[in-house]
Design a protein around this ligand. Structure first.
Ligand code: SRM
Ligand code: SF4
Length: 586
């Protein structure tokens, strides 16, 4: 037996899955790898920490394991300094993220999501950039109640975080056409296929006993080491690139014939995360490597994820994402390794075209003759604020069972599958609560996204969700001056370089460096097909507004017909084009 350095968990070196092509000897595993191996398939000693009343926290090892159960320990950053001064423990609370393939939930599920948010989550629910929802501010005591509540309505938070395949994204939304529906079904199937199988989740949260001891075959695909890092999968339905396919580790672009799904172009190696002043970390746009038919989907999932599982770096976590494996080995090598496992060659890439990565707000009638209303929700925050009682309005709509709820990849919500006769009822409830689906002050705001950042995110270096709305108000003054309020321009902000709002593919992006200071990026493609480029490093609001005043003014005067702002910035040399569409040189 060996002992993990941080948690003291025992690792049985002989009871481990050695079937993987992992080059490092087991004894020399990096701490995170050793933690996984020694955790009894992610059980750890979480149960003991949950009943420890001395602290509101859990130990660091269990914190890492709980991510695989969809939970992060956080401390309230607004109170950090004050509590330190008072020699108090940080104000520990927990974030819980649900797993929700394609972002779909029923009215019954929505009512439970809402109820738990009001009971335990500070009267708010947060929609995320990957079509699911999060609670913040959960106390340790509340975690089981929330888990049980979610389970009552068939929801869970399994594998919403951690070194596994995360929530599978799917271009919204199924009601629009048969094709959308077919793609959603494949995304749901994918989610079921790639989810980890450990019974530790049921044991820890619901007190279930495992039917048999967890042996070596407990995780047939993942084994005891799971993936080297998180792994993200998404399905796009052209012409919408709402899921930002080029940012996914593994992506599937739907290809149709006569309106019916025939297969997918496969993309590999996308990712956004980078670290400040660490040029060896960079965002990367995915490569499109070939075509598969629908029945080849599951083998392709196994083959691509298997290649990353077996060849992804497990010694340096900052280098463990699939994008680095793809660059280390080369796209051709990776493609050959995938085909080798599949036993057949991928077909040639089929033509496809994207035209936007945003959401279209308001009502639309689907091929299914049902009505669907995409509701703009600023930065995914479901809350009653002043006169705008969004959380209550959605609860009333759910109570009356007027729609299915579909979260979008841009942190918004579709009230879908509304019977034509019920459309007026939905409108009346929205209006009564001062929620107008399409009254958005500018197309810039309509195409904006901010990550959570402060006060909950441990990694935030600057504000994001709490700042972007007011910055946009100031940019709108410039847009008004140049008659650009109706011009669709994408803007995204994050509180640090990790890229949770996919900023590196926005035409204007801010990533936090320090309180009030951001790196400013311009020049990405409008539908997420080209990375942007950093124009200014570590600058404050004044410089950001001055730069945008100049560039937006030049754009209004000198743009070509139909030209997007990002393309203009590249064409006129405001920012140099990132030639490879891949490497990121600040
Ligand atoms: Fe993220 C870590 C929030 C989408 C890249 N992300 C975090 C953590 C958990 C901070 C932490 O590790 O302690 C943040 C929790 C903040 C909080 O208080 O809630 C966090 N990420 C989010 C969400 C909630 C942002 C949002 O405002 O919606 C998104 C949840 C998605 C979901 O439902 O699963 C979210 N994160 C993303 C995306 C976008 C995407 O996946 O489409 C990315 C970029 C794509 C990618 O992965 O390359 C992203 N998050 C990261 C990274 C950088 C990973 C990397 O490769 O370097 C981290 C840091 C890490 O993992 O070490 C991170
Ligand atoms: Fe936190 Fe950074 Fe992600 Fe924003 S981008 S949620 S600050 S990790």
């Amino acid at each position: 037996m060996a002992t993990t350095p941080k948690t003291g968990l025992k690792i049985d070196l002989h009871n481990t899955d050695r079937s993987r092509d992992i080059s490092q000897p087991l004894e020399k595993l990096a701490p995170e790898e050793a933690l996984k191996v020694g955790s009894d398939y992610l059980k750890g000693t979480i149960e003991l920490d949950l009943i420890d009343e001395i602290t509101a926290a859990v130990d660091e090892g269990n914190n890492k394991l709980m991510k695989f159960h969809g939970i992060y320990m956080q401390d309230h950053r607004d109170f950090r300094d004050e509590r330190r001064k008072q020699k108090l423990e940080p104000l520990y609370t927990f974030m819980l993220r649900a797993r929700l393939p394609g972002g779909v939930c029923t009215p019954e599920q929505w009512l439970k999501i809402d109820e738990l948010g009001r009971l335990h989550g500070g009267n708010t629910v947060r929609l995320t950039t990957r079509q699911t929802f999060q609670y913040h501010y959960l106390s340790k005591d509340a975690l089981r109640d929330v888990m049980v509540g979610l389970r009552e309505v068939g929801l869970d938070s399994k594998a919403a975080c951690g070194d596994v395949a995360r929530t599978v994204m799917s271009g919204v939304h199924p009601g629009l056409s048969t094709l959308h529906k077919q793609v959603y079904e494949q995304a749901a199937l994918t989610s079921d296929h790639v989810i980890h199988k450990t019974s530790a989740y049921e044991e820890v949260w619901f007190g279930e006993k495992p039917s048999e001891p967890r042996g070596d075959d407990h995780e047939p695909f993942y084994g005891r080491q799971y993936m080297p890092r998180k792994f993200k999968i998404g399905f796009a339905v052209p012409p919408s690139n709402d899921i930002d396919i080029y940012s996914q580790d593994l992506g599937f672009i739907a290809i149709a014939s006569g309106g019916k799904l025939v297969g997918f172009n496969v993309t590999i190696g996308g990712g956004m995360g980078r670290t400040d002043r660490a040029p060896e970390t960079y965002p990367r746009l995915a490569d499109v490597i070939g075509f598969i038919t629908v029945d080849q989907l599951v083998p392709t999932l196994d083959a691509v994820m298997g290649v990353q599982r077996d060849y992804g770096a497990r010694d340096v976590r900052a280098h463990s994402r699939f994008k680095y494996t793809v660059d280390d080995k080369g796209v051709d090598w990776i493609k050959a390794a995938i085909e080798d496992r599949l036993g057949f060659e991928l077909g040639p890439v089929k033509p496809y075209e994207f035209d936007s990565n945003g959401d279209a707000f308001g009502w639309v009638t689907g091929d299914d003759k049902l009505e669907h209303c995409t509701l703009w929700i600023e930065n995914g925050r479901i809350i009653d604020a002043g006169d705008r009682r969004l959380m209550t309005a959605l609860r009333e709509i759910a109570k009356a069972e007027l729609c299915v709820f579909r979260m979008t990849p841009n942190q918004s919500l579709i009230l879908s599958d509304v019977k034509p006769a019920d459309r007026a009822k939905v409108d009346a409830i929205l209006e009564a609560h001062n929620v107008a689906p399409t009254q958005i002050s500018s197309q810039l705001r309509a195409n904006s996204m901010a990550c959570v950042a402060l006060p909950t995110c441990a990694l935030a270096m600057a504000e994001s969700e709490r700042y972007l709305p007011e910055l946009i108000t100031k940019i709108e003054d410039l847009l008004g001056k140049y008659e650009l309020l109706d011009e669709p321009i994408t803007i995204r902000s994050t509180g640090c370089p990790n890229g949770c709002a996919r900023p590196y593919i926005a035409e204007i992006a801010l990533t936090g460096r320090a309180p009030g200071k951001y790196n400013l990026y311009l020049g990405a493609g409008f539908h997420g097909e080209r990375l942007n480029k950093m124009l200014h490093e570590n600058v404050g609001e004044e410089k950001i507004l001055a730069t945008l005043d100049e560039t937006l003014g030049a754009f209004a005067k000198g743009r070509n017909e139909g030209e997007h702002f990002g393309d203009f910035c590249v064409r006129t040399g405001v920012v140099p084009e990132v030639k490879e569409g891949r490497f990121f040189n600040d």
